[in-house]
Ligand binder design. Structure first.
Ligand code: FRU
Length: 484
């Protein structure tokens, strides 16, 4: 069935029970469902939205098109957690059901005010000529999950922006609420605009100006900007679409980048002493990362392990996209570290010395030690012939390379099937999480990260040490209960 515009934007109530039943049956047949990574109940999952703490629980929503593996009429689907590892769908959704979000409840953020969670998001509206009107709008969710939409536009499309203006993130800086929104100016260059909540009223926003983060102005759009604070230091996480590769090289269709500032000056919308641009993730997928500062001050982040405008092997089972693990962000020696929250260790069900294995469940964590000046290649998701996901730690030349060209079904090959990043040649650790069709590799406890999807064949479930002498531990991971 072709995904025509009409089919993508068909109203939710027009999908028949029979169609949904068939969709669920197809979905259930997929060999690539994850065990401990959030994935959609059905259809497509993209950006994390509304990541927050509410009523003593962690809350995050996912952008969802529920009727198949396509980008169509989007809604938010809520998940709850008490440990940032186990997430459960609550049934609460933000549906595209008003004139201000008729063509999609697009991405946004959340913040608790009193007894309610304020959801700040983009209402995507298309008029009869299919012209887009992006409205930054809000909704209030109470403790029972009842959602009431605020019946007015909170931030209008600025006169100096095209219709690409979206993804508001609300944040608190020293007791004052601010928001940033990503956009595209009339010269088709991306920008991030800072707004201030007048008298701290989240329905009354005034522009402060364009966030000054030493924008190189090569990207045509900034999607999903997030400002989080690690101590005093602002970290801007964002997705500069079309970023010129001479500014910073990347392989994925669109990159997820960051910059760190020494401090933040909201009066003139400035990130002071801003760092060089850096790639958040060296793998094949990690996009639309959403970060927020938890009540205890920690900067937490979660990414979409998927990319826009890419088809996936799981599409044939009508599901696409997962979340990354929840990562804590820290800064060490001026560098951003991203590492899964401590509670992930609770999934470790049994352990053994790391070594070759003919058959695993493909749900494990490896904690490896690599000696200085050593060269090591391991193959995960390996079949009998040793074909699988190859990870090469070259601590002679200072490079880690991940090669998925032999790991099951291939896709997005026009963007290459290997990814590399430079590392220092000293002794190194690698924590590698494998979950059926997801891998996340954290070098030196999060100094460098490679995330991505793989769609292994059914016989690809071994571990092979091809060269070198890596030592460490294999932990079988047991989620206990499934996400959905
Ligand atoms: C990023 C994005 C956002 C938008 C949402 C729509 O992946 O394009 O900019 O709000 O997805 O689903």
């Amino acid at each position: 069935m072709k995904w025509t515009t009409e089919r993508r934007y068909r109203r939710y109530e027009d999908w028949t029970e029979e169609e949904i039943k068939q969709l669920k049956e197809k979905n259930a047949q997929s060999p690539w469902h994850t065990s401990y990574h959030v994935e959609p109940a059905t259809g497509l999952l993209n950006d994390p939205n509304g990541f927050s703490c509410f009523d003593g629980k962690w809350v995050v929503f996912y952008q969802n098109f529920p009727f198949g593996a396509a980008h169509g009429l989007k809604s938010w689907v809520q998940l709850e957690s008490d440990d940032l590892v186990h997430f459960t769908e609550t049934g609460v959704k933000v549906l595209p059901d008003t004139p201000l979000d008729s063509h999609g409840a697009y991405s946004g953020s959340a913040m608790q005010f009193g007894d309610q969670l304020f959801l700040f998001y983009t209402g995507n509206v298309r008029d009869e000529n299919w012209i887009r009107h992006p409205y930054q709008i809000g909704a209030l969710m109470d403790k029972t999950g009842k959602i009431e939409k605020i019946d007015k536009v909170l931030i209008d499309q600025p006169v100096d922006s095209t219709d690409h203006f979206r993804d508001p993130q609300i944040f608190n800086f020293k007791g004052q609420y601010y928001a940033i929104v990503g956009g595209q100016d009339l010269e088709k260059k991306g920008f991030v605009r800072l707004y201030k909540a007048m008298e701290n009223d989240y329905t009354n926003w005034q522009a402060v100006g364009d966030l000054d983060f030493a924008n190189d102005r090569t990207a045509y759009m900034m999607e999903c900007p997030n400002l989080v604070f690690v101590g005093e230091q602002p970290v801007l996480l964002y997705c500069p679409q079309g970023l010129d590769k001479s500014v910073l090289d990347y392989d994925n269709i669109y990159p997820n980048m960051y910059k760190i500032g020494a401090s933040f000056n909201p009066e003139n919308a400035k990130m002071v002493d801003v760092s060089q641009l850096q790639n958040m993730d060296y793998g094949f997928e990690a996009y639309a990362t959403q970060g927020f500062n938890a009540p205890d001050g920690r900067a937490l982040a979660v990414s979409w392990l998927g990319l826009p405008d890419v088809s996936y092997p799981s599409d044939s089972f009508e599901h696409q996209g997962t979340f990354s693990l929840v990562k804590e962000l820290t800064i060490q020696d001026g560098k951003l570290y991203q590492y899964p929250v401590k509670a992930i260790e609770n999934l470790r069900a049994s352990e053994q010395v790391f070594g070759n294995q003919e058959k695993t469940s493909n749900t494990y964590e490896l904690e490896l030690k690599l000696e200085a000046n050593s060269q090591t290649e391991i193959v995960l998701l390996a079949d009998k012939e040793g074909k699988g996901l190859s990870i090469n730690f070259d601590l002679v030349n200072g490079q880690v390379t991940v090669d998925r060209s032999q790991a099951g079904e291939q896709y997005a090959q026009e963007f290459g099937s290997t990814r590399s990043c430079p590392i220092e040649v000293k002794a190194t650790t690698a924590n590698i999480f494998i979950d059926k069709s997801v891998f996340e590799i954290f070098i030196n406890k999060g100094e460098k990260v490679f995330s991505g999807r793989v769609f292994p064949h059914t016989d690809q479930n071994g571990i092979l040490i091809k060269s070198g002498n890596p030592t460490g531990t294999y932990y079988e991971l047991d989620y206990g209960r499934k996400t959905n």
